[in-house]
Design a protein. Structure first.
Length: 360
């Protein structure tokens, strides 16, 4: 019988049951008997009952979130804390010093530096950070600065409008110059207002459409030597649904290696982050977004042979593995599909669902 090792915690997994499955498979590959603890604020989410154990946490905005998370850590003494939620990551890395405190306790918390976490959440600031390290990105302005953009790039072609602090393509519109003002106003109406913001137009960004085809790119750095690039995975997007890649084909990551290395180093990256990149006919790559977590595009490269969960386990438990974890087949087309699972029963499920709606 295998000895039990320290558990791992996956927070805010939501609908990403595949991530739990792939960590289970990786544990079997390395011969570890380790529990997967799921941390959720909705006890009836798809992932909540899918792990070996679930711990209910308050929403990241709740004043008791930090206290309850630290209680979880004290109770389980995990080796890894992984979150799949952008806003929870802001709480961990920026709004508090939780991530740094966990690392001091010997718990691996994948992610980027606080400065880059903040930059990834602010698409205007992110564009400037990318420019500063020599990574190509479209000119980006706020909704109130559209005239400056048009004066610089001209009024031909199409423009992208979206929420500056949004997630999953919130507030997104792709329009020509004659419809740009209306699109900005419409996007601003649905913006998530921040404390201290005075002009909703400044909560919206505008960019010229990047030329070429859109790709999703995962870059991976060591969990023990942050900033050192370990792997790059890429797929060309074939279809999108609700802001997430729905169908894609895996491709050679070579065109994205230079940008990946620069970002990994500057962001002090540990673990995996997801990039959205356009590649033009001349082979020039333009980064348009960074998600500092496992993104919705990772499954396409995993199904083609990559295995980042295995790499994570090798790093946090000090297990030697070969380089096959970063090898994957090019030209593999995959598409997502929907499944449904029961997550609660009876009167208790009604109470749990009501409570989850009240705190959402």
């Amino acid at each position: 019988m295998r000895a039990e090792s320290a558990p791992i915690v996956i927070g805010s997994a939501g609908r990403r049951l595949y991530l739990i499955d792939w960590f289970r498979t990786a544990l079997e590959k390395v011969g570890l008997n380790s529990r997967i603890i799921i941390a959720e604020n909705d006890p009836t989410s798809a992932a909540a009952s899918y792990g070996d154990e679930m711990r209910l946490l308050p929403p990241y905005t709740d004043p008791t979130y930090t206290e309850e998370l630290l209680r979880l850590v004290d109770d389980f003494e995990p080796k890894l804390f992984l979150s799949a939620n952008d806003y929870e990551l802001m709480q961990l890395h920026v709004d508090t010093n939780i991530a740094a405190g966990l690392r001091e306790r010997g718990i691996f918390v994948p992610g980027v530096s606080p400065a880059w976490q903040k930059g990834c959440a602010d698409k205007l600031h992110m564009s400037r950070m990318l420019e500063d390290i020599g990574v190509r990105t479209p000119m980006t302005v706020t909704g109130s600065e559209q005239d400056r953009l048009l004066d610089t790039v001209g009024s031909s072609g199409e423009f992208v409008v979206k929420h500056r602090f949004g997630s999953r393509s919130s507030g997104l519109a792709v329009v020509t110059a004659n419809r740009l003002q209306d699109a900005i106003i419409s996007s601003a109406k649905s913006v998530r207002r921040r404390e201290g913001s005075t002009d909703t137009l400044d909560e919206v960004i505008v960019q010229p459409c990047a030329p070429g085809s859109e790709y999703g790119v995962d870059i991976v750095s060591s969990l023990v030597d942050e900033g050192s690039l370990s792997g790059v995975f890429a797929r060309r997007k074939l279809r999108m649904r609700a802001g997430e890649t729905d169908k894609a084909v895996t491709v050679d990551p070579a065109p994205f290696a230079d940008a990946a290395a620069k970002i990994a180093h500057a962001a002090e990256l540990s673990g995996l982050i997801d990039l959205d990149i356009f590649l033009d006919d001349a082979g020039a790559a333009s980064v348009i977004d960074i998600n500092p977590r496992f993104g919705g595009g990772y499954p396409f490269v995993h199904l083609a042979g990559a295995d980042v969960p295995l790499y994570y386990l090798s790093q946090i438990f000090g297990i030697a593995i070969d380089a096959s974890w970063r090898h994957y087949e090019y030209g593999v087309v995959a598409a997502k599909y929907q499944e449904t699972r029961v997550t609660a029963h009876g009167q208790q499920s009604s109470d749990m669902t009501r409570d989850a709606v009240e705190v959402a």
